[in-house]
Write a protein that binds this ligand. Structure first.
Ligand SMILES: *Cc1c(COP(=O)(O)O)cnc(C)c1O
Length: 435
């Protein structure tokens, strides 16, 4: 009924998450507030782990792409579920370290890792780097050598696959800042360069074709391109690559118009394609790695706001302003991302007023959603924006010096804070006031 199985309706007509009344949560913790359902995060992890095991046996690994939502509380859950981790910065790596995440299951991504970040990751003995460019390969080799270590890497490849999604989140094509293109020969040069590095162990290749994808074919297509590249590498260098990382990007349902594919089908088709081609090319079955981010946490989260000003502009539109906005959810202003919302204290009422939800920042573009149907939104109501568990907290800012909201986790109908609300003191904590 409300897009996510975490959500429901209670006898007061209020929206619930994980069985708790969202209006009570808004009262207890104040707004804006991110609320997440731990059970659903765990379930989403298991869907991947179980589907991959079913389709491919034990030679698979699922990494949680932590950029979707990185904090100690969430990383602990991912670790307990047996996930590996994808980090893209020193800060994400530091969070993983503080969460006690097993470092051998950490993969370090990114198109411009700094020397310091590489040194940090090498000193922590992370499982693998996903190397993006030649300069970086040289840096990794140098740092590994200085530390008398052999470091595992995958090479990020552009498979040239066009995933039908928003241009900003399409990364597998040749005009992308990420990785090495196959058709220009860059990818092959990178393999040769890597094989010549004394302190690097080349495990395999990686691709990530985009995000919020609802079709299976681009993933299967990418897997095929990757396997034929592995064959070409074997044929030319004699080296058999053992790891194939196919990235993330599986779509989630933000509105009723989104129609995600079943995990079993999606993972099953990919595994089948890999198996078939590995046999055909007489390659050893590679370890398959997947890196879901959004689909692990998005559906488990909502954001609660208080409605303030309701401004009706006759014949134009009605603005319903909330006490948050682009500072806690920049996805509409950045991508025009679709969202669903419910007036939490009127969740049993018919949503028949078309309005625009506006944030409180000093930007006309600071909107959460335009032309969305809500049940008679009024000042003082609690508004729940749904499916905000991914790329909301992790993309939040202090624009307009707005403190970041708290994150509350629900488990067994009990609520606990996993990230504290920032105070005004937190907002100025790095300001230097002395002359
Ligand atoms: C963003 C990203 C992911 C996760 O993508 P989702 O769409 O959140 O599943 C995985 N791998 C890489 C390299 C990424 O950049």
């Amino acid at each position: 009924m409300f897009l996510s199985e975490s959500l429901g309706l209670n006898e007061k007509g209020n929206l619930t998450i994980g069985g708790l009344d969202t209006v009570d949560l808004a009262e207890k913790y104040k707004t804006p507030l991110y609320v997440m359902d731990e059970e659903l995060i765990r379930k989403n992890c298991r869907l991947y782990l179980d589907s991959l095991k079913k389709a491919y046996g034990d030679n698979g690994l699922v990494l949680y792409a932590s950029k979707a939502f990185s904090c100690i509380g969430v990383l602990k859950i991912a670790a307990q579920e047996g996930m590996g981790l994808d980090v893209v910065s020193g800060g994400e790596l530091y969070t993983a370290k503080k969460a006690g995440f097993p470092m051998d299951k950490v993969y370090f991504h990114g198109n411009n890792k700094t020397y310091d970040e590489i040194e940090f990751a090498v000193s922590e003995n992370i499982g693998c780097f996903v190397a993006d460019n030649i300069g970086e390969i040289c840096d990794i080799d140098e740092i590994a050598s200085k530390n008398n270590k052999i470091v595992n890497i995958l090479l990020r490849i552009k498979p040239g696959v066009d995933a039908h999604t928003h241009d900003f989140i399409k990364t597998g094509q040749i005009d992308s800042k990420f990785g090495f293109a196959i058709e220009t020969g860059e990818a092959f040069d990178a393999v040769k360069k890597t094989l010549s590095c004394k302190s690097i162990n080349l495990l395999g290749i990686h691709c990530h074709i985009g995000s919020q994808i609802f079709e299976i074919e681009p993933f299967v297509e990418a897997a095929k391109v990757m396997l034929s590249f592995m064959k070409a590498v074997r044929d030319e260098t004699g080296v058999e690559l053992s790891h194939l990382n196919l990235g993330g990007g599986y779509g989630v349902q933000y509105t009723k118009d989104d129609d995600p594919i079943g995990y079993d089908e999606y993972i099953g088709d990919i595994a089948k394609a890999v198996r078939k081609l590995a046999e055909k090319y007489q390659l050893k079955m590679p370890k398959i790695i997947m890196e879901p981010g959004r689909s692990i946490v998005a559906s488990a989260g909502i954001t609660l706001y208080k409605i303030g000003a309701v401004k009706e502009i006759p014949g134009i539109r009605t603005y319903v302003s909330v006490d948050g906005g682009m500072a806690d959810n920049p996805r509409y202003i950045m991508y025009g991302a679709p969202y669903s919302a419910v007036v939490a204290n009127k969740a049993d009422q018919k949503a028949d007023r078309i309005v625009t939800i506006a944030g409180k920042c000093c930007e006309s573009g600071d909107l959460i959603q335009e032309n969305i149907a809500l049940a008679n939104p009024e000042k003082g109501d609690v508004l729940a924006v749904l499916v905000t568990g991914a790329y909301n907290y992790s993309m939040s800012s202090n624009y307009n010096r707005i403190p970041k909201p708290a994150v509350v986790m629900i488990k067994d109908k009990k609520d606990r804070i996993i990230v504290k609300r920032e105070s005004y003191e937190d907002v100025i904590r790095n300001d230097v006031s002395e002359e």
